[in-house]
Ligand binder design. Sequence first.
Ligand code: NAD
Length: 294
Amino acid sequence: MKQIAFLGLGHMGAPMAANLLKAGYLLRVFDLVQSAIDTAVAQGASAARSARDAVQGADVVISMLPASHHVESLYLGDEGLLAHIAPGTLVLECSTIAPVSARKVHHDAAERGIEMLDAPVSGGTAGAAAGTLTFMVGGDEAVLEKARPVFEAMGRNIFHAGGDGAGQVAKVCNNQLLAVLMIGTAESLALGVANGLDPKVLSEIMRRSSGGNWALEVYNPWPGVMENAPASREYEGGFMSALMAKDLGLAQETAQVSGNSTPMGSLALSLYRMLLKQGFAEKDFSSVQKLFNS
Ligand code: NAD
């Protein structure tokens, strides 16, 4: 499993590909943006002229694309990439997409004798650069064991979430919870400060009390409380609000399919849409604090 075709060299894909090169894999890369290919080539990858060209002779195909429709249109249909991937090849689809889209690719891949895992990630661009991503994997566990060394070159925690699409389900559940916790933290901080509390003092009290959560531990949304959090640098860097809104939309789609009631997720999506409209789409998702401070 030495030859890897890597498709999609954006914010996440570029550093993931760089870590695979550092681990000694041979990469043939393709992106719609030529400069992204050039950067990877400068790091030791070889350039492909198209996605089809990239997968020729590959043992593993990795894709890291924006959204469901990019993945479906890349892989599926008579002209889709699956028709050009040799049986026995391993496809690791790492984009965050709807579980139903992932299952469509699983289904068509299996029909062609191609092994596939849905493997969305958590950890952001910093985790991608440091090689410490968390992979949430859906598909056959035996296939995951084959792919494990490849994942380990890019990440630290590799979880088997369950069968086909389960990685995507785990990812949307996690991000829905993350959004709800962040919004609740921002709302409580604003309430406390409006009633005379110091945000640092209140944050420490809640962190060590029953309201303690990940935002209070490492990602406080109030500017100046945590030196290294995006809130203390004008919400620059981190995880964009637009991507959080995308993931909350996927959670709603998933709930629609299973008939689940997700009132907190639905409200979180509405609040993030409001935040996007106020011009914070490209700011870190902890900028949701702004909705409560004005
Ligand atoms: P991005 O938009 O920066 O990168 C996507 C890349 O895919 C672009 O370079 C684009 O040109 C390329 N692309 C699109 N269609 C293509 C095709 N048919 N063939 C080849 N290349 C194609 O996005 P990103 O931030 O790298 O995110 C990728 C995925 O990872 C998304 O699903 C996102 O939700 C998820 N994710 C992102 C983060 C983050 O912090 N950015 C964190 C976790 C998960």
